[in-house]
Each structure stands twice: as structure tokens, then as C-alpha cells.
Design a protein around this ligand. Structure first.
Ligand SMILES: C[S@@+](CC[C@H](N)C(=O)[O-])C[C@H]1O[C@@H](n2cnc3c(N)ncnc32)[C@H](O)[C@@H]1O
Length: 331
């Protein structure tokens, strides 16, 4: 069944992002298996719940990456300075950016810090964190990674840019989408620009499942909040208690999948997306993939996109890698 699209968009997000949300919900929920893109997990509550996940003892990505950033900041800065522009894609609360900026050599700073995030609340936190440590001009882009980077990289002549893509954000893209995404980054950047890529590594299944299905239920709330967002922004009336959170390690594909499992047969009516559908008991909506890498696979994906992997540092305790890359000149 279809409904006409809504006449007006809710006031709390940009019109364009809201209509994209409605179109994506309509398209992805109509697929088999049913899906919702993971970027929509990050409304204001979702971003706060993600920050809480980073504090959980079972989610070790954030602490591991922070250790690497603090330890290797001097080496990274000396490889990229002088720097015209520091760009972070999916900055979240900005704590890593602040730690990285704090590790720069005294008196040296990029001219500009550009922040890109699809979550307006994350963008505000990151901008506060960036301006607290630096007098550098901070520019915000409420946008997807690709369009935000294009705007941040700019048309005008400029010096070198360093792009931070941390938190294993790359892991949310399947292998062909990750190739396309990094290829897109390469198109927006200029030869000599640098990319610092943080990626979570393959580790034992038990550790991975605890990271995505924690005993406190914070990750479950993060996942279920997507239903609350559908209610608020697209006029649905979904009972979140009618679903349960499930995390699955798909070893063959090297990814943790998050799903929302329908506890009973139920009808979902989402007027803002113009759809209504019936879910069977046990049917799932796939909301996120988090691909886990081997160090050489990370080097492969950046090299295929036209970057040279100049250095790679690993946190053996938590299984995480930071890779510093430089965009090559085309032959
Ligand atoms: C996993 S969190 C990581 C946050 C931070 N980089 C960290 O390492 O803690 C992903 C961040 O990227 C943003 N995000 C997710 N998908 C996005 C997309 N396609 N375009 C722009 N931002 C996105 C989210 O709003 C969130 O702030």
C-alpha cells in the first residue's frame, strides 16, 4: 500500500536530508531482506547513545584509537605539516579531533578545520571540541561524507589537506561500497593530500558480539531508537517493544550485522515515506554492518582508490589499526 508523500517536512532537520530519509526508508524497507541505512541511527538521541557505547567496557574501538592517536600524533603531524586544512568526516563528539589537535607541535595549526557529519547534534559537539583547543576557523558541513568532503575540499587553490576518517566508519560500507567511497574521496582531494583511516580489525567472535550486544542494553537502545526516529520524523506509530535487538557475526563476510527482529506479525505504517508493510514474526530489519578488516586489506582498499599507505600503526590489545595515506599523482 502507498500513501502520498507528506506536504511538509519536520522542522528539526534540513528539508533535503528529510526527503532523502523518506526516500531511503521507502526503498530499503521494500528490499528483501528488509534494511535501513545505518547513517540514520544518528539523530540527536542516537548520537548520545553512540557516545555512551564508547564508554562501555565491551566497546574497545574508541579507547584503542585514542591510544594510537595520542601516541602517534607527533609522527602524523610531522608527516603532514604544513597543513592548510584538517577535515574530519563523521566526527561524532569531536573528542578524537581535540586529542589529535592537542598533539600538534606548538605554534603550528591548520588554517581551517572542516567538520562533516550527518548528525546535527554530533556536528555541534565536534565544533565545540575543535574550537576549545584551537583558534583555527571551524567550518561545519551537515552532509554525507561524500558531499561534505567535496564542499570542504573546495574549488579555490589551497595547500595540503589531511582527512580524518576515524571510528571504523569505513566498516559500515560493504567492500564494493568502500572502494567507491574511497574513490569518491580521491576525486574530491588533490595529489599530496593525506588521509588518516581508523579501522577495527578481525577478532574473536565473543569479543565482537559483546561490543555490539552489551549486557547493559545500550547498543540495543541505539538500534531501537531508529524506530523512534521513524515515528517522530515520518509519522509512523511503531511500538519499539515489538522488536528486539540482535547482533550476528557473519564470519564469511567478516562483518557484525545489527538487526531489529519483529517479535510478532505486525503492520508498519510509515506515512512520511508513503509505505505500509507487514512484518512476519521473526522477520528482521538489517540496520548496520560493521566490517572487520585485516591490516593488509586496509592497505588494499586505500591503494585501489589511488592512495599510498605510508604508515600503519596497530593497537594489539584491542585489535585496531590507524593507516596514514597520501593521494598519489595520476600517472
Ligand atoms: C561510528 S560514529 C564515529 C564517530 C567518531 N568518528 C568516533 O570515532 O568516535 C559515526 C559518525 O559518523 C556520522 N555518520 C554516519 N554515517 C554518515 C554518513 N554517511 N555521512 C556523514 N556522516 C555520517 C554519524 O552521525 C556519527 O557521528
Amino acid at each position: 500500500m502507498t500513501y502520498p508523500p507528506p506536504a511538509t517536512a519536520p522542522a528539526d532537520s534540513g528539508d533535503e536530508l528529510v526527503s532523502q530519509f523518506a526516500a531511503d526508508v521507502r526503498r530499503h524497507l521494500s528490499k528483501q531482506p528488509r534494511q535501513l541505512p545505518s547513517r540514520y541511527l544518528y539523530d540527536a538521541l542516537g548520537s548520545s547513545l553512540f557516545d555512551a557505547i564508547c564508554e562501555l567496557p565491551w566497546y574497545r574501538v574508541t579507547r584503542a584509537e585514542m591510544r594510537l592517536l595520542v601516541r602517534f600524533a607527533p609522527r602524523i603531524w610531522s608527516a603532514v605539516l604544513p597543513l592548510d586544512r584538517l577535515i574530519e568526516l563523521g566526527a561524532g563528539d569531536g573528542r578524537k579531533l581535540a586529542a589529535f589537535l592537542s598533539g600538534r607541535p606548538t605554534g603550528l595549526a591548520p588554517q581551517r578545520v572542516d567538520l562533516v557529519d550527518i548528525s546535527a547534534s554530533a556536528l555541534e559537539s565536534a565544533a565545540r571540541a575543535a574550537s576549545a583547543v584551537d583558534r583555527t576557523r571551524v567550518v561545519q558541513h551537515h552532509a554525507t561524507y561524500e558531499s561534505g568532503l567535496q564542499a570542504a575540499s573546495g574549488e579555490a587553490p589551497r595547500g595540503r589537506a589531511l582527512v580524518l576518517f576515524l571510528g571504523s566508519n569505513i566498516g559500515n560500507f560493504d567492500p564494493s561500497a568502500a572502494d567507491a567511497l574511497l574513490g569518491d574521496f580521491a576525486q574530491s582531494l588533490r595529489p599530496g593530500d593525506a588521509l588518516l583511516l581508523g579501522a577495527d580489525l578481525v577478532k574473536p567472535e565473543g569479543e565482537l558480539l559483546l561490543a555490539y550486544d552489551d549486557p547493559l542494553g545500550v547498543t540495543a537502545a541505539f538500534n531501537l531508537n531508529l524506530l523512534v526516529r521513524l515515528n517522530r520524523e515520518l509519522g509512523a506509530d511503531i511500538d519499539p517493544a515489538g522488536f528486539e535487538h540482535r547482533a550476528v557475526w557473519n564470519e564469511r563476510r567478516s562483518r557484525v550485522e545489527m538487526h531489529l527482529v519483529s517479535r510478532r506479525e505486525q503492520e508498519l505504517r510509515i506515512p512520511g515515506a508513503g509505505i505500509a508493510l507487514t512484518l512476519k514474526a521473526g522477520e528482521t530489519i538489517w540496520t548496520e554492518s560493521s566490517y572487520k578488516y585485516r591490516p593488509e586489506q586496509i592497505r588494499g582498499v586505500v591503494e585501489r582508490a589511488g592512495f599510498t599507505a605510508a604508515a600503519q600503526w596497530q593497537d594489539a590489545r584491542a585489535g585496531f589499526a590507524l593507516t596514514l595515506c597520501e593521494l598519489r599523482r595520476p600517472h
